[in-house]
Design a protein around this ligand. Structure first.
Ligand SMILES: Cc1cc2nc3c(=O)[nH]c(=O)nc-3n(C[C@H](O)[C@H](O)[C@H](O)COP(=O)(O)OP(=O)(O)OC[C@H]3O[C@@H](n4cnc5c(N)ncnc54)[C@H](O)[C@@H]3O)c2cc1C
Ligand code: FES
Length: 285
C-alpha cells in the first residue's frame, strides 16, 4: 500500500487516506452505561479540519477500526469529540480509553451538513438516541452562528431518561431564549417530569413554517420513518429534509464498495443525504 500521496497543487506530501494519523485522548467521560465521550487532539498539532456531519475512522491498534461521527463543531477549536456506543470489538475497547491514550484516526471523511444552504432558514432538529451524536456538531455550529439562522427548534427522544445523551447541554439549550428544545422519553422513571411518548408527539407542541424550514432528522430507522412523515405532513419539502445514514464501512473513501447502496457510496457521497435522495435508496433507511 502506498503510504504517501503527493499533493500536486501544494507540492507537498499529503498523508495517505489509508494510513491512520496518531491522536491523543485529552479527556474521556462515560455518558451513559453504553456511550462514552472522547476528546482528542491530533499529535501533528494541526486541526483535524472537519465539517459538521463528517466522520472519522478510529483505529484501536491490534483490534481494528470503526467509523464514528465527529460530535463536536469546528467552532469549538482544535480538539474534536467522538461519542462512542459500545456494541462490539472496537467500540468495547474504546470504552476503556482514558486521557493520555493514543488512537489512530483516518479522515475526516464524507460530505457534511450544508449549513450554508440553511442560512436564513428555520432549522428543526429531531434526534433519536445516538442520532444526537452527529447532529450535535451541526446544532453547535448553528447556535455558535445564531444570527445567520431563523427559528431553531431541537426535539430529542430517548427510550428512558438515563439514556438521554448530553443531558446538561440539552438542559442548557432548553434554557436559552433564542431556541426551543423539547425532550421526550418512551419510558419515564419516577423523577421524570417532562414529555412522554414518541418524538412525533412533540410536533403538536411546535409551529413549523414549512416554507422556510430545514428539518434535520437523525435516529434509528423507525424513528426516522415516522418523523419524516410528520415533517412531510407539516409541508417541509423532501429536499429540505436532511438525514445521516449508517452503513458497514471499511475504506471510508469510496474504494472498497462495502457501504454501497445502488451505486451510491455512503462513505463518499454521504453520510448526509436529503430525503429526496434516500427515498430512492429504500434499504438505506
Ligand atoms: C458514518 C458512520 C458514523 C457512525 N457514527 C457513530 C457514532 O458517532 N457513534 C457510534 O457509537 N457509532 C457510530 N457508528 C457505528 C459504528 O461504526 C459501529 O457501531 C462500529 O463500527 C461497530 O464496530 P465494532 O468493532 O465495535 O463492532 P463489531 O464487533 O464489528 O460488530 C458489533 C455489532 O455492530 C454491528 N455493526 C458493525 N459495524 C456497523 C456499522 N458501521 N453500522 C451499524 N452497525 C454496525 C455489527 O453488525 C454487529 O451487530 C457510525 C457508523 C457510520 C457508518
Ligand atoms: S467504505 Fe469503502 S467504499 Fe465506502
Amino acid at each position: 500500500m502506498t503510504q504517501l500521496n503527493i499533493d500536486i497543487e501544494k507540492g507537498a506530501a499529503a498523508p495517505s487516506p489509508y494510513l491512520p494519523q496518531m491522536a491523543r485522548v485529552l479527556a474521556a467521560e462515560q455518558m451513559t452505561d453504553t456511550e462514552r465521550l472522547l476528546r482528542l487532539e491530533m499529535e501533528h498539532g494541526k486541526a483535524l479540519g472537519y465539517q459538521p456531519g463528517q466522520f472519522v475512522s478510529v483505529t484501536v491498534f491490534g483490534v481494528g477500526e470503526a467509523p464514528i461521527s465527529i460530535t463536536s463543531s469546528p467552532t469549538q477549536g482544535k480538539p474534536f469529540e467522538l461519542c462512542v456506543r459500545s456494541v462490539g470489538m472496537v467500540t468495547n475497547k474504546l470504552r476503556d480509553v482514558k486521557a493520555g491514550d493514543r488512537l489512530g484516526i483516518r479522515g475526516p471523511f464524507g460530505n457534511h451538513f450544508d449549513y450554508e444552504a440553511m442560512k436564513g432558514h428555520d432549522v428543526l432538529f429531531a434526534a433519536g438516541g445516538l442520532g444526537l451524536a452527529p447532529m450535535r456538531s451541526l446544532i453547535r455550529y448553528v447556535l455558535d452562528n445564531r444570527k445567520d439562522y431563523g427559528k431553531v427548534t431541537i426535539l430529542m427522544g430517548a427510550r428512558e431518561p438515563k439514556l438521554l445523551l448530553y443531558r446538561a447541554e440539552l438542559d442548557a439549550w432548553a434554557a436559552r431564549k433564542d431556541c426551543t428544545c423539547l425532550l421526550t422519553v418512551d419510558r419515564p422513571d419516577t423523577a421524570w417530569k417532562g414529555n412522554t411518548g414518541v418524538i412525533t408527539k412533540l410536533f403538536k407542541k411546535i409551529e413549523v413554517d414549512a416554507a422556510k424550514t430545514f428539518a434535520v432528522i437523525v435516529g434509528p430507522p423507525v424513528m426516522f420513518k415516522f418523523t419524516v412523515l410528520e415533517a412531510l405532513a407539516e409541508g417541509v419539502p423532501e429536499h429540505r429534509i436532511i438525514c445521516s445514514l449508517e452503513r458497514h464501512m471499511k475504506c471510508g473513501v469510496g474504494k472498497c464498495g462495502h457501504c454501497q447502496i445502488r451505486g451510491v457510496y455512503v462513505c463518499r457521497d454521504g453520510p448526509v443525504f436529503t430525503y429526496e435522495q434516500v427515498k430512492k435508496l429504500r434499504e438505506g433507511i
